[in-house]
Design a binder for this molecule. Structure first.
Ligand code: ZN
Length: 262
């Protein structure tokens, strides 16, 4: 009986340890979020990170090496947008920071195609964030393949680079989605620190959230589309504060030591 009890305690402790391992955590919080959104967010984080911690999802990344000094990667989702994407590029150029853009292919026409090319020409990564931004858990394997291929082909036509790295819209993944992405030769990049700029349109709250939670090796989720004026307002200060703390900025391919393009 004693032995069974001891085994049970060890099992529970191992499970608790696995869930609190900082390598498999997604951080980022704010008092500005309401209780429902916070609960939803924490549930999504647990459902997403547990299969990664347990080794069930492959070719999916949350963060870089946490032991190689103060390196971080800024990532921007949902471009191109004719207003804010250009402003984000201007700020990154001013501070000489290279970043990674997970972009949606459907809007890449006319002026937005020009902005997409500018992202690549200025030394940032133009990566795949799908063609139409659907929840991948809600569409078929064939539709996933179509979303990935049509998006990467349009990016390649505009920039000359066919991306191999993908960020699932809404971070929406399950075992079937991960397996289908792997079959497409795609590696998935999630994030370890959520700026929460999509939820709180408040410059100071975004800055405070990032500076409170940042750790070496972080992949930081931000956005650079129409709705993200607060991100544009916050970005310069975020870069300055992180630099003052000794952080260096890397693109995700450098940080993870993987190929961005075919
Ligand atoms: Zn998105």
């Amino acid at each position: 009986m004693k032995k069974i009890l001891l085994t049970f305690i060890i099992l529970v402790q191992t499970a608790l340890w696995a869930n609190s391992d900082p390598l498999y955590e997604i951080r980022g919080d704010s008092a500005l979020l309401d209780a429902n959104l916070t609960r939803f967010l924490h549930q999504w984080r647990e459902e997403t990170t547990c299969p990664i911690a347990e080794g069930n999802y492959t070719n999916i990344y949350l963060h870089g090496d946490t032991t190689q000094g103060k390196k971080i990667a800024l990532t921007f989702d949902d471009s191109p947008d004719e207003n804010n994407t250009g402003k984000v590029l201007d700020i990154l150029k001013h501070y000489d920071v290279k970043a990674s853009f997970f972009m949606i292919a459907a809007p890449m026409l006319d002026v937005n195609a020009t902005i997409t090319k500018r992202v690549a020409d200025e030394g940032h990564l133009v990566l795949n964030h799908s063609f139409n931004h659907p929840h991948f858990t809600h569409i078929s394997d064939e539709e996933i393949a179509q979303e990935i291929q049509s998006s990467s082909e349009r990016i390649a036509t505009i920039t000359g680079h066919y991306p191999l790295l993908f960020r699932p819209p809404y971070g929406s993944v399950n075992q079937r989605v991960v397996d289908t992405l792997n079959a497409q030769g795609c590696k998935s990049i999630l994030w370890s620190l959520d700026s929460l700029d999509w939820a709180m349109k408040d410059k100071n709250a975004i800055i405070e959230n990032i500076m409170t939670h940042v750790q070496p090796g972080d992949i930081i989720l931000m956005h650079s589309s129409r709705a993200n004026n607060a991100t544009v307002e916050a970005l310069g200060e975020i870069i300055e504060k992180l630099r003052n703390q000794g952080y260096q900025f890397q693109r995700v391919d450098e940080m993870l030591g993987i190929k961005a393009y075919r």
